[in-house]
Design a protein around this ligand. Structure first.
Ligand code: C2E
Ligand code: MG
Ligand code: MG
Length: 723
């Protein structure tokens, strides 16, 4: 628009400038036309003053006086007004006087002017007749009559003249013409250079020339000079003033500079506008991208996944292609996040995203739902998609990832749902894959599970289990069993309190099932409080045995947990030093201030802390030191592997060395065979828990056992005393 505006300004100014010139030319031509008339009138007036005079009647009519004519006409008109030819003709049109260039000459000179004079004379005579006889007005001293004149532009010989014919008349009437027709004076003034110059100067014309009637020029203007019969005899030609052109020349440079400047300005505005538009488009695309992509991995997010899933399922509804929805969840990702921090977790997620991209075909859609959850969408084009693709995903993700935090290792669990019938909602398809994933997680790491319709059943039963668990906790329908912990000599030194739930319909539900369920659903806090109350109340009377209580990570992360334990211990009147809190390694990970606060408070109160399932999680010397752990519980996976896997012995050995070096107590759990126990004893293990040394027992049985043990001890002392 700016450019169009500029172009309009340019065109308009060119047009205006041209209009200026045209208007000026019109005006100049009118002035010249008027000027020509004016000049002829002036010449008439000059001659009139010489012949409208009583003296002229006396000297030319009454009695012809050549000397007077010489002086007042021939010489006078030539000298002062440039009339080169002057003649006088009498009443009968006969020439009686002739002068050329101020000197009297022969009458014969008159001949060339004869034809033009012959055409002027009738006009004069006509006016003379119309005037009638002159009536003098004696006593009145003013001019009687106006001059009678005729004037023509004429070509005589090869020169042009203005020819003026003037009737000789009295002015005051002292002399009157003797006959009816007075003489006529003819004066001719050549249109010569001097006359043209005077004209030029007077009307400010440039280079005025007399040109032939056929003359034409683009650069020059002209006004025709016509003869008596109106035919153009010649023309006055001059170079017209062109104010527009002059203006243009004057303003040309500044105008062009201005235009250039405006053009540059317009261009820069246009360019700036274009960049702004481009930026707008880009930012729109960016925000679109943001709305549909995950910031960390740049993978499509949940919104885009749902869009695509909906579209693909719609296509599926019309065709025969099956669609695979694969949920991927990292194993042990939380541990990395907790131990090494969120940045390490982010790096790992990015690495996993990149690996997923290489593992999946280009046609697959890979989305990140958040946390460590990913979803892959792919058409089931062959068996590869269902078998090879998941295997490849597990293989690529399981490879170690090199980061600035060292080598990280994660696994992943996969759930696959195949949608091969129409009418399935996106959320339904995802739920199926999620259910299958849940199965994989339950079964252990690096597994793939294909969704089967029964799983839906399982989920439903899980939901009902959750409801039942809540009610059971409320009703106190759970109970504790106690598993003995013994020293190398088989003496019971303590017991681990283990939770049991006898479901009215399902029977015994293992804690490995309902404890994680309680942790996921938040029931664990109420459940944990129930355990503490129950254990304290059941065991407060025990004299020597130390009681180990399992505490979930969720409890440990809860603000005020230590205070709760303190209150419950006080209410039950128990001695904290006889209780051991069992926490898993992973529960102590991370920089959660609540965890440290709770553990420190519990330690200050006198509780001891045992690290449960030692060796299976991420644990470090720093954790052992930071929390002033009292005892480690070597996980039963190491114990059971002692006999078959060669390196396990060395591993257990080093765990015990570490414990000794850090002055920690050690207990091995899951000891089932005497050989295991012997092996552990050889490594320096002092305490044992497992089926070999005692199954978990109901509280009464355990108390009885402890009583036995204690009475045995008493018996021994008695014997020793006797001895
Ligand atoms: P855990 O703390 O490692 O407990 C030891 C588990 O090993 C118990 O399983 C116990 O019965 C079992 N066990 C003991 N000796 C042997 C053996 O020789 N061979 C084998 N195969 N197993 C043995 P249980 O009672 O099923 O508990 C499983 C897990 O549930 C516990 O592992 C603990 O993490 C959790 N749990 C149990 N009671 C509670 C509780 O009151 N609170 C919390 N937060 N978690 C609990
Ligand atoms: Mg335990
Ligand atoms: Mg354990």
């Amino acid at each position: 628009m700016a450019m169009a505006g500029l172009a309009l300004v340019v065109v308009l100014s060119i047009f205006l400038i041209e209009r200026f010139d045209v208007a000026a030319a019109d005006h100049e031509r009118a002035i010249v036309q008027r000027g020509v008339v004016e000049v002829r009138k002036e010449l008439d007036a000059v001659v009139a003053t010489q012949v409208d005079w009583d003296k002229a009647i006396a000297s030319l009519d009454n009695k012809f006086d050549p000397a007077w004519a010489d002086f007042n006409l021939g010489n006078y008109l030539y000298t002062f007004n440039g009339f080169s030819h002057v003649y006088v003709i009498d009443g009968a049109a006969r020439p009686i006087y002739a002068a050329a260039n101020g000197e009297r000459t022969t009458i014969a000179d008159y001949a060339p002017f004869g034809p033009i004079v012959d055409r002027l004379v009738p006009q004069i005579r006509q006016a003379e007749v119309a005037r009638g006889p002159i009536k003098p007005r004696p006593g009145k001293n003013n001019i009687l009559i106006p001059p009678i004149q005729a004037n023509a532009f004429a070509k005589v010989g090869d020169r042009y003249y203005v020819v003026t014919a003037t009737l000789v008349q009295p002015d005051f009437g002292k002399s009157l013409p003797k006959g009816p027709r007075a003489p006529i004076t003819i004066a001719a003034k050549p249109v010569d250079a001097a006359m043209l110059k005077a004209f030029s100067d007077r009307y400010l014309l440039e280079d005025t020339r007399l040109v032939g009637p056929g003359f034409a020029s683009d650069e020059r203007q002209q006004v025709a000079l016509r003869g008596l019969d109106s035919t153009p005899l010649a023309a006055l030609s001059w170079i017209p003033a062109k104010p527009g052109t002059l203006l243009r020349q004057r303003i040309q440079v500044p105008l062009l500079a201005g235009l250039l400047l405006m053009a540059l300005l317009a261009m820069s505005v246009v360019r700036r506008g274009a960049t702004i538009v481009q930026e707008l488009i880009a930012s729109e695309q960016r925000s679109k991208h943001l709305a549909y992509h995950d910031l960390l991995t740049q993978l499509p997010n949940r919104a885009l996944l749902f869009d695509r899933l909906r579209a693909l399922l719609a296509v599926r509804d019309t065709g025969a292609i099956a669609l695979a929805v694969i949920c991927v969840d990292l194993d042990r990702f939380k541990e990395v996040n907790d131990t090494l921090g969120h940045h390490a977790g982010d790096l790992l997620i990015q690495a996993v995203a990149a690996r997923l991209r290489t593992a999946c075909p280009d046609a697959a859609l890979i989305a990140r739902l958040g946390g460590d959850e990913f979803v892959i969408l792919h058409e089931v084009t062959g068996p590869d998609v269902l078998d090879a693709l998941p295997a490849k995903v597990i293989a690529t993700i399981s490879e170690q990832v090199g980061t600035e935090y060292g080598w990280l290792e994660v696994g992943c669990s996969l759930g696959v749902a195949v949608v091969d019938h129409p009418g399935v909602e996106p959320s339904e398809a995802l739920r199926w894959a999620d259910l299958a994933l849940y199965r994989s997680k339950e079964a252990g790491r690096n597994r793939v599970t294909r969704f089967e319709p029964e799983m839906d059943e399982v989920l439903r039963s899980r939901l009902s289990l959750e409801t039942d668990l809540r009610r059971a906790v409320q009703d106190g329908a759970l109970h504790m069993v106690y598993q003995p912990q013994v020293d190398h000599a088989g003496r019971i030194t303590g017991a681990e309190a283990l939770l049991r739930w006898n479901h009215p319909e399902r029977g015994a539900v293992p804690p490995g099932v309902f404890v994680p369920l309680a942790e996921e659903t938040g029931v664990i806090l109420a459940l944990g409080e129930f355990v503490l109350r129950r254990v304290f109340s059941e065991t407060h009377a025990w004299q020597r045995a130390r009681v180990a209580i399992n505490i979930s990570a969720v409890q440990l992360r809860t603000q005020g947990f230590a205070a709760l334990v303190t209150r419950l211990a006080a209410e039950a009147g128990v001695d904290p030093s006889r209780y051991e809190i069992e926490v898993t390694e992973t529960a102590l990970l991370g920089k959660d201030v609540q965890i440290a606060g709770n553990v420190d408070a519990l330690k200050r109160l006198g509780f001891s802390i045992a690290l449960d399932d030692f060796g299976t999680g991420y644990s470090s010397l720093a954790v052992l030191q930071r929390f002033a752990i009292d005892r480690i519980k070597i996980d039963r996976s190491f114990v059971s592997a002692l006999e078959n896997v060669g390196e396990t012995g060395a591993l257990v050995d080093s765990m015990l060395k570490l414990a000794r070096a850090m002055n920690l107590g050690v207990i091995a759990e899951g000891v089932e065979a005497e050989a295991q126990k012997q092996r552990l004893v050889k490594c320096g293990c002092t305490h044992f828990q497992g089926h070999l040394t005692g199954y978990p027992l109901p509280v009464d049985a355990m108390a009885q056992l402890l009583g036995e043990a204690q009475s045995q001890l008493r018996q021994k002392r008695v014997n020793a005393g006797r001895g």
